[in-house]
Design a protein. Structure first.
Length: 255
């Protein structure tokens, strides 16, 4: 039984999602498929890597993660890469997304080059995925040279001019704001001093809670995600709408 996750920017109403799952179920015996997310902003490999990192730790060894993000730019990076790390497998075009998920010390092999449109790509993957985990098959795949692997860097918070600046990397359906301000960066910036997380001209927070339920309904709260980055929420409310902060918006920490 093989667990397969799908992370795409196709949109939740795309007919290709159903087609992809039908082909995978027909080709992969006893497949279990997770629709991880199909609402990634078009081409945003940073958002896709953030959401996938939240999933990886909950998946068993041997899980295959299929990443169809930035698909329309595939002609610029036509190689299909099989990455391996955390005891799991990751399939994507050579767009840089695998470098956001796995270190360069991990294994990267070439599955092929430009499988065509969505239908052809899924048909091809459906025949390949059952072979993943077979050592002889994996050893037969050419290793991609590091200089050929497109490497991208995750946007990190920045300390400048007496404050720590971060951005909102993802907004979920409840309006919770996932930022790129990591706990380590906050502690390094604050250095034991009091701080203010500035959300707007009229609202700021001066502490990080363990979870959203520690405040009253309607109150704004900050807590750390399982990845160690700050999440801004309004308990039983929508932080994005109430605070007027969207994906890509900036947040500041001041002392």
């Amino acid at each position: 039984m093989k667990l397969i996750s799908l992370t795409t920017d196709l949109g939740i109403n795309s007919p290709y999602i159903g087609v992809a799952k039908a082909k995978l179920y027909s080709q992969v015996n006893e497949a279990r498929i997770i629709d991880h997310s199909h609402a990634i902003e078009s081409g945003d490999i940073n958002e896709a890597s953030l959401l996938l990192k939240m999933l990886i730790g909950h998946c068993p060894a041997g899980t295959v993660h299929v990443l169809a993000v930035d698909f329309e730019d595939r002609l610029n990076h036509p190689q299909i890469i099989l990455g391996q790390g955390f005891g799991q497998y990751f399939i994507s075009y050579n767009s840089g997304i695998l470098s956001l998920l796995l270190s360069e010390a991990q294994s990267f092999r070439i599955l092929g080059t430009y499988f065509g449109d969505h239908n052809n790509m899924i048909s091809t993957l459906a025949t390949i995925i059952p072979q993943i985990g077979n050592k002889s098959f994996e050893d037969s795949l050419p290793i991609i040279q590091l200089e050929e692997l497109i490497v991208k860097r995750i946007a990190q918070s920045v300390m400048f001019d007496g404050r720590l600046t971060g951005i909102v990397s993802h907004v979920d359906d409840h309006g919770n704001l996932y930022t790129n301000i990591h706990k380590d960066d906050l502690e390094r910036f604050a250095a034991g001093s009091k701080f203010q997380l500035v959300l707007s001209r009229h609202e700021s927070l001066n502490r990080i809670h363990e979870h959203a339920g520690q405040v009253d309904p309607g109150d704004t709260v900050a807590y750390f995600s399982e990845l160690g980055t700050i999440v801004i929420a309004v308990y039983r409310g929508n932080a994005s709408k109430l605070l007027g902060i969207k994906k890509g918006g900036h947040l500041f920490v001041e002392k």
